[in-house]
Design a protein around this ligand. Structure first.
Ligand code: FES
Length: 118
């Protein structure tokens, strides 16, 4: 029997009610920012500008940081204005996933904060 086993990595989303939703992704699905990947899978995550400036899509990262693209300057600036630690909080509209078979990236919506003006 010739059975193909898909290699995957996972994004696990902690829900506000304490439950978790797991999304298994194959390498070909890692195109574009995480926000777009979630939308293609019909998973809602808050967003505003989609350009890394409003901070509405902030998400906490619990595991799997090494599978995330590093923050660009605009994301760093927004996280700084939110007083976020970029090792724990990222912008879902800016982060890209890097293929890492078996990796589990666990995230949750970050609590709202008021952006500081510079
Ligand atoms: S949607 Fe505005 S920073 Fe991501």
């Amino acid at each position: 029997m010739n059975q193909r086993i898909e290699k995957t990595m996972s994004v696990v989303m902690r829900q506000k009610d304490g439950s978790k939703k797991e999304l298994k992704l194959i390498k070909e699905e890692l195109e574009g920012p995480l926000l777009e990947i979630l939308e293609k899978k019909k998973i809602k995550h808050p967003f505003g500008c989609r350009s890394g400036t409003c901070g509405v899509c902030r998400m906490e990262i619990f595991t799997g940081q090494e599978a995330l693209s590093p923050p660009r300057l605009s994301e760093e600036d927004t996280l700084k204005r939110c007083e976020d630690d970029p090792n724990r909080v990222r912008l879902c509209c800016q982060v890209e996933l890097w293929w890492n078979e078996g990796m589990i990236v666990e995230i949750a919506e970050a609590p709202e904060v008021k952006l500081k003006d510079e």
